[in-house]
Each structure stands twice: as structure tokens, then as C-alpha cells.
Design a protein around this ligand. Structure first.
Ligand code: HEM
Length: 335
């Protein structure tokens, strides 16, 4: 483990290797896609706000740590679009007796069209799921060589004894009885969110396909299984929307360190100072392996960040709106 590096404020550029005070804009990072932000020219500098007035993470010429690849970001954006569409159309069927559902389905073109949108979004979600499985196979072949190395390495998504210790230490920290634990590449709550979605898709997807193609599935399953699949699909949908739009939103965006929004999954990048504070072990591993410099890319320009924020705020608002609708339907209109 690397020796602990001194804390720096988010307005300073942090050393990548010993003795390097500032990280200059340098050659392209091999694993990171090229940024649309070019080097700051005299013209671009005079056209925009002066650097000193911009928030540190978005200042031109500052490089940020690339935490997510382009594929990760595309998958997450696709997952948001498909999940929101599935939740809105699915819940408009489930709560069809509420005035909300009538308004929504009219906006979507009627209940039948909502059903078509539901199926199209399901194809997108299942497509993302299989792309992810393919990506895991690629990762095993190219970077880890064996499943054992992938599943038991330091960056594993499988919960470990350290995650249990981190959970206990975090609870102590919440109670003021200890300090914030040093998290690594994936925290215990990120692993929990990952598996909630992973198994959630397997369950909701398989039951959804049963509802979509009942004739095919009842060739080898009993007829009553269609009823069971409807109950599982419908209740798992409620669990999934409730979980994503409350627990996942809180863990990711609403906890004090990130409030009101963390856009790392959209930009793929995060300020180095934030990485040091949030995931000190990931930072130290990068410094120790000498890979840090290769993982630095220029921050996106302000205009891109604004578009991303608008998308993210829309998703957050729709998500919270759906939670309110579910609560209303369950408390005042449930049949
Ligand atoms: C990913 C694969 C999925 C497939 C293949 C799928 C398929 C289906 C199908 C065929 C129906 C019946 C629709 C109709 O009668 O026109 C349905 C209903 C429904 N779906 Fe999905 N779906 C999927 C994912 C989801 C997700 C992610 C959610 C919510 C987050 C969801 C929520 C619902 C709800 C609430 C219903 C209504 C159930 C009821 O009548 O109580 N579905 N789904």
C-alpha cells in the first residue's frame, strides 16, 4: 500500500507522481476516450468566462480522473432511458385506476401504445444486460485471464470481508464514534446497488418475457405460471422503482458529500481531489501502480456539463415524481 499522500484542496492540481506538483496537459490517456475539450487557446479563453470564475472541476486545462469508460457511461445512460420508460409505462398499467395513469397513458398515446413502448424499452434494457455480460467476458480474457482473478481481485464487485468492516466503520462514523473509512474502487453500497440491478433485471426480464410470449413459455411451463409471473413482475417492478428512486438516488446524489448531484457516471470523470477524499484506496492504488497519469483527461467544457446536468435533473425529477405517484396510489387509491 502506498504511503498516504497529503490532502489538497479541489482548486489545486494534485501530484500524480512524487515531486510533480501540477499535472500538465499531456498525451492522451490510453484507456480514456478523447475529450471534446481541446487545449485552451487565446481565442477560447477570451470567449468564455475567465478560468478563475469557473468551478474548479470544470476549469479549462485542468485534468480529471477518468473513473468510467465510454461503454460504462453509455450503458448507464441507456439504463436510465429504458428504466424510466419501463417504469412509467408499466406503472401506468399497474395503477390504471388512478387519474395520474389516465393522464400519463393519454400523453403516451393510449394504454396499447404504452404497452408497445414498454416492450421497446425492455429490448433496450435486456440488450444492455447482455452487452454487460459480454463486457465481463472481455474483461476476464484481456485483463484478468481467469474468473478467479476477476472475482477475487481488489476491484471485485463481489462483497468481501472489507466491505463488511467498511459497513460497520461507516455506521460508527455516522454515530460520531470513528472516522470515515477509506473506501476503495467500489464501496459496499455501490456493490449492493449493482447486484440489486443485476438480479433485478434477471427476475423482471425473465418474467416480462413470459408475459410477452405466454404461448411459447406455456409449452414447457404450467399455465398457472403466467399468473405467478405477473405477480412477480409487478411486485418486483414496485421494489425496483422504490429502491432506485430512493436508496440509489440518496446513496449517489443526496448524501452530503455529493449533494445535490454527482455527474461522474455521465462525464466519466471526477476531480482528483474528490477521488482522494471519496475513494482514497483507489487513488493510492493508482499512484502505487504508476497508472494515475494515464487515467487523467481534460474536464469537459461547461456547455457539455450543462447539458449533462439538465438530463440528470430531468431523470431525478421524473424518479421522485414516480415515487410520489406510487405512494399516492398505494395509500389513497389501491385496489
Ligand atoms: C426488462 C424486461 C421487461 C419485459 C420483457 C417486460 C415485459 C412486460 C410485459 C409484456 C408486460 C405486460 C404488458 C401488457 O399487458 O401490455 C409488462 C407489464 C408490466 N411491467 Fe414490464 N417488462 C420488463 C421490465 C419492466 C421494468 C424494469 C419495470 C419497472 C421498473 C416493469 C414494470 C411493469 C409493470 C408495473 C407492469 C404491469 C403489471 C401489472 O399489470 O400489474 N417492467 N411487462
Amino acid at each position: 500500500m502506498a504511503e498516504k499522500l497529503p490532502e489538497t484542496s479541489s482548486t489545486t492540481i494534485i501530484q500524480g507522481r512524487a515531486g510533480q506538483e501540477e499535472i500538465p496537459r499531456a498525451s492522451k490517456a490510453p484507456m480514456a476516450e478523447s475529450s471534446s475539450a481541446g487545449p485552451p487557446t487565446a481565442a477560447s479563453k477570451s470567449a468564455g468566462a475567465p478560468d478563475s470564475q469557473l468551478p474548479a472541476p470544470e476549469r479549462k486545462g485542468h485534468r480529471q480522473y477518468v473513473r468510467f469508460t465510454r461503454l460504462h457511461r453509455l450503458q448507464h445512460a441507456g439504463m436510465i432511458i429504458s428504466f424510466m420508460s419501463l417504469a412509467l409505462t408499466g406503472l401506468s398499467l399497474k395503477f390504471s385506476y388512478t387519474p395520474w395513469a389516465a393522464v400519463l397513458s393519454r400523453l403516451l398515446g393510449g394504454f396499447q401504445t404504452a404497452g408497445y413502448i414498454h416492450r421497446a424499452a425492455a429490448v433496450l434494457m435486456l440488450g444492455i444486460f447482455f452487452v454487460h455480460l459480454g463486457d465481463l467476458l472481455r474483461l476476464r480474457r484481456r485483463e484478468y485471464r481467469s474468473w478467479r482473478a476477476l472475482l477475487t481481485g481488489p476491484d471485485t464487485m463481489i462483497p468481501t470481508a472489507k466491505d463488511l468492516a467498511d459497513l460497520a466503520a461507516t455506521l460508527k462514523w455516522f454515530l460520531g464514534l470513528g472516522r470515515r473509512p477509506d473506501y476503495g474502487r467500489w464501496t459496499y453500497w455501490e456493490k449492493f446497488d449493482y447486484f440489486a440491478v443485476f438480479w433485478g433485471i434477471a427476475i423482471i426480464g425473465s418474467t416480462g418475457l413470459t408475459l410477452w410470449f405466454p404461448v411459447f413459455f406455456t409449452r414447457f411451463l404450467p399455465g398457472w405460471f403466467i399468473n405467478v409471473a405477473t405477480v412477480i413482475h409487478s411486485d418486483e417492478a414496485l421494489l425496483a422503482t422504490g429502491f432506485i428512486f430512493t436508496v440509489h438516488f440518496f446513496n449517489t446524489h443526496l448524501r452530503p458529500e455529493k449533494f445535490p448531484m454527482d455527474i461522474t457516471i455521465f462525464t466519466g470523470r471526477m476531480p482528483l481531489a474528490e477521488l482522494k477524499r471519496d475513494k482514497p484506496l483507489e487513488y493510492q492504488a493508482m499512484v502505487t501502480s504508476g497508472a494515475l497519469d494515464d487515467r487523467l483527461e481534460e474536464a469537459y467544457p461547461q456547455v457539455v456539463v450543462r447539458v449533462i446536468r439538465a438530463f440528470a435533473w430531468t431523470a431525478l425529477s421524473v424518479g421522485f415524481g414516480i415515487v410520489l405517484w406510487i405512494v399516492y396510489a398505494m395509500l389513497f387509491a389501491y385496489r
